[in-house]
Structures are given as structure tokens and as C-alpha cells.
Design a protein around this ligand. Structure first.
Ligand code: CAA
Length: 283
């Protein structure tokens, strides 16, 4: 089982980053989304990132062109009939993911591995909608994908050892570090990160300190690159809430209860950097 052609489903922040690192590693990549304008937006972000690398002397113009040549837009899931690996990075919604995986299972060749970049939804449940649960796996990239070294590789209940190995090896070719994790709510990254962010929001909610003070404590005191409230804005407050709800539902433990202030911000449409306002205001 070798991977040469990859399809990335979803050309948003995560999908475009995944497509970029795959194309940079020499894979032929189909970047798929529902509409061409979404794919084109993803390609523009990739172009901008590559141009910055050229400007900084880390990439030649020829190398940039070679990466761009590895990328092909797609607005039809039928294109999965040509690929060895699909990495799904669509919205975090079980119904939507189930629909996509059921379709991909029908379309993709028998050998094709179906991976999900889900940040907390159960891989085992996604796999169960397919007739190839042994070839379904989680590949959880971190944001911003081109910068962050980690990929959590999540084994579903039925994921075959051989499939795990192919994905671990492929991840290394992306110049990323794979870490093996079992399928439980939030895996490791978000099970540890999100309660910390949620607690930071409770700290603000209870008036313990200002948002700036909370972020400063965690940045300077714990050497985190961003304070937790800045990071929450960066990830998206809707995503943070969704992950907290997944942890709360999955474990049924009150310690994962989303902070009411987080719910309020999401209801207000203050979703963080992407909407121009979250805990902070962005120009
Ligand atoms: N795309 C591509 N490159 C980016 C980028 C992006 N969106 N954002 C920053 N970069 C690059 C910059 O170009 C810069 O590269 P060079 O040094 O090579 O020029 C480098 O990253 C550093 O950027 P900056 O100097 O502008 O800023 P910084 O030093 O503060 O770093 C950061 C930015 C890498 C985002 C850093 O603040 C950081 O590591 N933050 C924490 C990120 C984090 O925790 N991510 C995980 C989120 S959780 C998650 O993803 C899981 C989930 O399921 C929710």
C-alpha cells in the first residue's frame, strides 16, 4: 500500500493547510470543496504562504510552481476514484461527515484509505458508516498546519495495523511528527487543551482577572506561545464549544461543562478571529 495521490475534502483553514503540506511533500493533491470559489480561496491562501517562503529565501520560484502544479481543484467527490488516500477536513458535524464517508466508500477504490482530520468526533463511528472500517483512521493536524509539527494519528476500533503504519510513514514524509492515540472523546490534544481553555473562560466569567491578565499569566508563566483566550479566538469559539460539548457528552462528567460565557459569545456570533470579534477585537 503506497500513497501517491491524495484528495483533501474541505478547502478551509485546515484543509488548505493539509493540501499545502501534502503538495510540498510531492504528493499529487486534489483539493475538494462544494463550490469552486471555496477551493479557489484555499488555493489563494496556499499561494500566499508559498510566496512568503519564496520571499524569505526558503523556496525558489520554480519550487513554488512545482508545489502549485501538484494541486488540482475538485468540486466532485467522484474524483476520489483516482486517489490512494482521502483526508477529510470538512465541518465538525457527525451527520455531514457520515454522509461524506458513505459516499467516499462507494466511490474510492478498494485500497484507498479514508482519513478524517476531525478534532474530536469518534473515528470508530465514522468508520462504521463504511464497508471498510479497517481502512478508516484519524489524522488530526494542528492549526496552523504548515507550522505545527504534530499529527495525532487516531486508531479506530477496527483500524488495521497495516493502515496505521502507512499513515504513520506518510505523515513523516510531510515533515510532521505522528503520535499514536486511541479513539476516545477529544483524543489527547483536545482532551487536555480544551478544558484548559474552558477554565480560562470561567476565570474571566467569574471576574478573577481581565482577559489580558489571564493570557499574560499563561504566556509568561507557562511559556505558552499564545494565552488561552487568544488561542480560543484563533481556533474559533464555535469549534471550542463544539469540542467541549463532545467531551461533556462523551464522558458525562461535569468537569467538561462548557462555560456559559463561551455559549453566549457563540450565540452572539463572536466566533473569534474569523468573524473579527471574540474575546478580542480584530481589524
Ligand atoms: N499559516 C502559515 N504560516 C503561518 C501561519 C499560518 N496561518 N501563522 C503563522 N505562520 C508562520 C509565520 O509566517 C512565521 O513563519 P516564519 O517565522 O518562518 O516567518 C511563523 O509561523 C511564526 O509566526 P509569527 O512570527 O507571525 O507569530 P508567532 O511567533 O506568534 O507564531 C504561531 C504564530 C505559530 C501561531 C504561534 O503563536 C503558536 O504556536 N500558537 C499556538 C498554536 C496552537 O496552539 N495551535 C494548536 C491549536 S489547537 C488545534 O489546532 C487542534 C484543534 O483541534 C482545535
Amino acid at each position: 500500500m503506497t500513497v501517491e495521490k491524495v484528495m483533501v475534502v474541505g478547502a478551509g483553514q485546515m484543509g488548505s493547510g493539509i493540501a499545502q503540506v501534502c503538495a510540498q511533500a510531492g504528493y499529487k493533491v486534489l483539493l475538494n470543496d462544494l463550490k469552486l470559489e471555496f477551493v479557489e480561496r484555499g488555493l489563494r491562501v496556499i499561494n500566499k504562504n508559498l510566496t512568503r517562503n519564496v520571499d524569505k529565501g526558503r523556496l525558489t520560484e520554480e519550487q513554488k510552481q512545482a508545489v502549485l502544479n501538484n494541486l488540482t481543484p475538485s468540486i466532485d467527490l467522484q474524483d476520489a476514484s483516482e486517489v490512494d488516500l482521502v483526508i477529510e477536513a470538512a465541518v465538525e458535524n457527525m451527520e455531514i461527515k457520515a454522509k461524506i464517508f458513505a459516499q467516499l466508500d462507494e466511490i474510492a477504490p478498494e485500497h484507498t484509505i479514508l482519513a478524517s482530520n476531525t478534532s474530536s468526533l469518534p473515528i470508530t463511528e465514522i468508520a462504521a458508516v463504511t464497508k471498510r472500517p479497517e481502512k478508516v483512521i484519524g489524522m488530526h493536524f494542528m492549526n496552523p498546519v504548515p507550522v505545527m509539527k504534530l499529527v495525532e494519528i487516531i486508531r479506530g476500533l477496527a483500524t488495521a495495523d497495516e493502515v496505521y503504519q502507512v499513515i504513520e510513514d506518510m505523515t513523516k514524509t510531510l515533515n510532521k511528527v505522528p503520535v499514536e492515540v486511541n479513539d476516545f472523546p477529544g483524543f489527547v490534544a483536545n482532551r487536555v487543551l480544551m478544558p484548559m481553555i474552558n477554565e480560562a473562560i470561567y476565570t474571566l466569567y467569574e471576574g478573577v482577572a481581565t482577559k489580558e491578565a489571564i493570557d499574560e499569566v499563561m504566556k509568561l508563566g507557562m511559556n505558552h506561545p499564545m494565552g488561552p483566550l487568544t488561542l480560543a479566538d484563533f481556533i474559533g469559539l464555535d469549534t471550542c464549544l463544539y469540542i467541549m460539548e463532545t467531551l461533556h457528552d462523551g464522558f458525562g462528567d461535569d468537569k467538561y461543562r462548557p462555560c456559559p460565557l463561551l455559549r453566549k459569545y457563540v450565540k452572539a456570533g463572536w466566533l473569534g478571529k474569523k468573524t473579527g470579534r471574540g474575546f478580542y477585537v480584530y481589524e
